[in-house]
Ligand binder design. Sequence first.
Ligand code: AMP
Ligand code: MG
Length: 326
Amino acid sequence: MKANERAKLKIQSLTLNETAEVEKGAEIIKRGGLVAFPTETVYGLGANALNAAAVASIYETKGRPSDNPLILHVSSVEMAAELVKINDMAIALMEKFWPGPLSVVLPVYEDKVPPRTRGGLDTAAVRMPDAAIALALIEKSGIPIAAPSANISGRPSPTDAETIRREIGKKIPLVIDGGETKFGVESTVVDLTGKNAVILRPGGVSKEMLEAALAAKVLLPQDQNIIKRSPGTRYRHYAPLLPLRLCKAGDTPKDNGNWAWIGTSHPSGNPKVKVLFQNTGEYAKELFRTLRKLEESGTEIIYAEIPDDKGIGSALKDRLIRAAGE
Ligand code: AMP
Ligand code: MG
């Protein structure tokens, strides 16, 4: 089964209630408005990707730096092919991982996608999300939807609708509630404009998975002479209002200070608040929500266990490092 068919099947799981919300959302998108909606990674703040004014209001609402480009969300491979110049690597990855948490960066059709959407670059990132509401919203609108995470720039990404209502609810006409998101960390961003694929941001699709699909070596930014980076990685991200420090379970503070612990194993010291996850997947899924909750817990500092660097663990570690500002 291929990407398009998987997307069609996914859309069929939409409930009646969700269909009504999607219809409202599609009308807003077509008018150039903003809609917050769930994907399988985090919630997005979406607008018509081809309408520069609509896209400008995403940046304004989030306070996002204008040179940080957006990911264009599509509901079919054909829709992607109208935006970016697809190559063999892209076809292989789309058919393998779409719909799913993988954004591919390719040369853009500059006359089609406004510079505002792509941060003035001559490339663009496209992705087919694996969530019925998101796919249906794109399909019903009939246009690619540009969507960053639906939070104020720099804050942890929202993984449920309530977080958005509280943070930016007053500024946007519609938040579609689809419950908690499945992955909890954003998509993998992979650059396919060169000879080798380069991971610009780790996410739900790991390096090993990409290498298996391409039968070729996939590079990390540090593997190259000319450092290719996602513009977004220049900025502080995912930051909780409390200081956050990363450490191993055995290296936690021994004092009785007012600290919180998050991780998959017990800390050596005695925290005021302890949040333990079953495994790395749950740690990733719950990270952003937990950081926001701990802000209200009365603790003064968060210690977070460094996860294993495998699978989703590398995406989780990346988010933790950024959240800590390290
Ligand atoms: P966000 O939507 O906030 O999770 O961030 C999207 C990420 O994709 C950011 O890190 C962007 O810099 C990155 N991105 C989007 N478009 C491009 C592009 N054309 N080239 C490189 N990175 C991109
Ligand atoms: Mg974001």
